[in-house]
Design a protein around this ligand. Sequence first.
Ligand code: FES
Length: 107
Amino acid sequence: MIALTFVTHDGNRVETLARAGTTVMEAARTANVPGILAECGGACACSTCHVYVDPNWLPKLDDADEMEADLLDFVWQPDAARSRLACQITLTDALAGLIVEVPANQG
Ligand code: FES
């Protein structure tokens, strides 16, 4: 299992465990993290699973593909460096300890 932490917009930390091969969005739903709506269920079609990746973890992530990057243009308060869609981050052992912040709004 892979440990990861969600930091909500009001500063609460939700620490959880998820299986390798699942996504950060799925981990958020399982852990009932507030603020991750994931309306399209992970199809990279809604952008309501927007998160800000902790800067220390950015080097461990693959770049967003074109489809994800296009959707990130439409999220509420995007951060060009740190914004990602949680459904497009698949958990691997290399991401054990990952920290992501949940925005106050999903637009
Ligand atoms: S859940 Fe819809 S884009 Fe991630």
